[in-house]
Design a protein. Structure first.
Length: 166
């Protein structure tokens, strides 16, 4: 049986190059991708160059732990250093946001807390899945974005043409 997962992608080191590479790998592994628009945002938690962020949804038959391990392997193949600081520049960051409606603490916290706190996660998720309901908050992502204090973090849509990924 297939599950639907939502993945946050971000980069602030050669972001167009690394987002494209991440999308290519995700497409190779999972098949067709549903992609949000791309947003540029200021770095959060440290001083650094701006990030490009987006959210992607894919079907999978993998278990949660397998999905997380897959994302870590993709990050490592694209220059992410093992044990790198959380608030630091990065080539590629892949975070599992949602795995169907699963609520869990292990092997990863789901739904991911950043959905409710970071505009660079919530806005693209609300664009990609506006009617989907957060399994804990009980509100749609469109409603959560409408209620979000947009003065907290600066971000804006950007046009990036990755061309064909295959």
């Amino acid at each position: 049986m297939s599950s639907r997962v939502f993945i946050s992608l971000g980069s602030n080191i050669e972001p167009e190059r690394y987002l494209r590479a991440g999308l290519q790998e995700l497409q190779t592994i999972f098949g067709e991708l549903a992609c949000s628009p791309i947003y540029e945002s200021e770095s959060v938690g440290f001083k650094g160059s701006n990030f490009l962020n987006m959210v992607v949804s894919v079907p999978t038959v993998m278990l949660v732990a397998e999905v997380v391990a897959c994302f870590k392997a993709i990050e490592l193949r694209h220059g992410r250093l093992p044990g790198a600081k959380k608030f630091a520049p990065r080539t590629l960051d892949l975070d599992l946001l949602l795995y169907d409606d699963l609520i869990c603490q292990n092997p990863v916290v789901l739904p991911r807390a950043e959905i409710l706190t970071n505009a660079f996660v919530l806005w693209p998720l609300a664009e990609l899945a506006p009617t989907l309901v957060h399994p804990i908050a009980g509100k749609s992502y469109a409603q959560l974005w409408d209620e979000y204090d947009k003065s907290r973090q600066k971000l804006w849509p950007v046009a990036v043409d990755f061309g064909p990924l295959a």
